[in-house]
Design a protein around this ligand. Structure first.
Ligand code: F6P
Length: 524
């Protein structure tokens, strides 16, 4: 069935009217005064995550209309299509089944998944791959001679594992260091190589395609360094995490961990790409991460829209982007361990939904993905929160806080939590001052996500929540959230430019690029 484009639904028109009549003058403090139950209405528990949505510029009537919009756009059917293995990544003719990587771990199969052809075979293959990968992780964990694990990968083959290894550092094995090399800037690899010895190092070459320029360049240099420094036994010191095992073999790597084309790069930390995480936290920890994500999958798959947290978050994103016209969202994890979360979410949201055409290639007449950005709290408070409180643009802030600290230093955690709560409060209530400079307009929206503790399970749930909320806004906008054609042009031009850097040939280039090329080549 063809679903109408979101801006052609009745709900969209009603939302437009609601925005004009009351939405744009909505006042959060008035809303709390008018509805003593507002917190209860706009907060909810989902697996391992408690969410307070009550400080958002939305009332029950608008939220109801957003649910109507979701239904009129076929959100539930699109979600079910993903869970049934349909080829929803239409431009690449692929299923989108990262949820399968975390399914059936307790032996049960989810009935809706039975629609996938040969589901049992596929799931058995997934579990066999997981068992093999976790056995290898345990083997490396027990190997005292391996002290350094160097993950070479970029994008989804770097951001997820790096973010999760940092987030779970309290659970990580002692005596092993984890390094992440992504940039083609040789500075990054050479500074890691200066700290490690060939006989004590395991290189993980993480690349779904095994063709990405940065990763291949770093992988070749790492192997060159290994051989030049009397490194012995590539099979022991290099492993590849890839869906292109043949290319890894051709590179000379025989220890390989594969995965499937239905796992998108930015959704791949649950696959073999998660090996550094498994090496850090162990097989049990990795299974707990998967279990947390699976619990959120089940919530997203089965909860009614009105109590479905990814749906509520994704719809708020649409409300802010398309009706309030807000251009960005700031991520504020009040947890130093989650300091790479904003970078990870940037790829998740902006590579998934940063598109100007729908899944049939038709140009969209409305805005799609916002800019995502952020730093951990409290650091951000001393940098850009000034603008969040008093700047000319309204930026919804997403706070992530952890109830229970992972350390025992007295006093710190209550200060951290106090600051998170106070910032959300200040954004909303503001402060009246006739002096101008000291006036805070308030009424600035935020969402507050609260985890009991930062554990593999809660992290898994938090990340799956984010994956699904991105799915929701993408589905409403009618775009294919699972391709990334926008990164291709730059890759092609860079290849051409590399030749020009050698020859100095500027023919056919635009004036600026030719001028820059001239400047670079002049002194070489
Ligand atoms: O930047 C484009 C992209 O394809 C991302 O989607 C992906 O995560 C990254 O490059 C790395 O790709 P690969 O794992 O194939 O090296």
């Amino acid at each position: 069935m063809m679903w109408p484009r979101c801006d052609q639904t009745a709900a969209w028109a009603l939302l437009r009217t609601a925005f004009e009549t009351s939405g744009k003058s909505f006042d959060l403090c008035d809303a709390f005064a008018a509805d003593p139950q507002r917190f209860a209405h706009f907060s909810q528990s989902a697996p391992h995550v408690f969410a307070d949505l009550s400080k958002n510029l939305v009332d029950t009537a608008v939220e109801q209309q957003l649910f109507a919009l979701a239904r009129q756009c076929g959100l539930e059917q699109h979600r079910d299509a993903m869970f049934s293995g349909a080829l929803i990544n239409s431009t690449e003719q692929r299923s989108v089944m990262h949820f399968l990587l975390r399914n059936g771990l307790a032996g049960q199969f989810i009935p809706a998944h039975a629609a996938i052809d040969k589901i049992a075979d596929l799931q058995a293959e997934v579990h066999a791959g997981l068992d093999r990968m976790l056995a290898y992780a345990e083997q490396v964990r027990a190997d005292d001679a391996i002290t350094d694990i160097v993950n070479i990968g970029i994008g989804g083959s770097d951001l997820g594992p790096q973010m999760a290894v940092l987030a779970l550092s309290e659970f990580a094995i002692k005596g092993k260091r984890f390094h992440f090399v992504s940039n083609v800037d040789g500075q990054e690899l050479s500074s890691v190589l200066a700290q490690v010895k060939p006989q004590n190092t395991l290189f993980l070459i993480a690349s779904k395609t095994f063709a990405t320029l940065e990763t291949m360049t770093n992988a070749h240099s790492a192997r060159g360094w290994f051989e030049a420094n009397d490194g012995q036994d590539i099979a022991r010191h290099f492993a590849a995490l890839t869906s292109n095992v043949a290319a890894a073999n051709a590179f000379g790597i025989t220890t390989t961990f594969g995965f499937w084309d239905w796992v998108g790069g930015r959704y791949s930390l649950w696959s073999a790409i998660g090996l550094p995480i498994a090496m850090a936290v162990g097989g049990q920890g990795f299974r707990a991460l998967l279990a947390g994500a699976h619990a959120m999958d089940e919530h997203f798959r089965s909860a009614v829209l009105e109590h479905n947290l990814p749906v509520r978050l994704g719809l708020l994103d649409v409300w802010y982007r398309n009706f309030h016209g807000l251009t960005s969202r700031s991520i504020a994890p009040y947890s130093s361990a989650l300091r790479r979360l904003p970078a990870y979410l940037q790829q998740l949201e902006m590579e998934s939904n940063g598109k100007r055409v729908d899944s049939r290639g038709q140009t969209l007449p409305f805005e799609t993905a916002p800019v995502l950005w952020g730093e951990p709290g409290t650091n951000g408070q001393h940098a850009y929160f000034q603008m969040l409180h008093q700047g000319t643009s309204v930026v919804p802030v997403e706070f992530v806080a952890i109830k229970k600290a992972s350390h025992s230093l007295p006093g710190h955690h209550s200060q951290l939590l106090a600051n998170a709560l106070a910032q959300a409060q200040a954004l909303m209530v503001g402060k009246t001052d006739s002096g101008g400079h000291k006036h805070f307009p308030g009424n600035r929206p935020s969402t507050f996500l609260l985890l009991d503790a930062l554990t593999p399970t809660s992290l898994g749930a938090l990340l799956a929540l984010q994956e699904h909320r991105v799915f929701v806004s993408g589905a409403i906008w009618g775009i294919n959230s699972f391709d990334q054609w926008g990164v291709e042009l730059g890759k092609v031009l860079a290849k051409n430019m590399q030749v020009r850097l050698v020859t100095g040939d500027a023919q056919g280039l635009d004036g600026s690029t030719a001028g820059l090329l001239g400047h670079i080549c002049r002194d070489q």
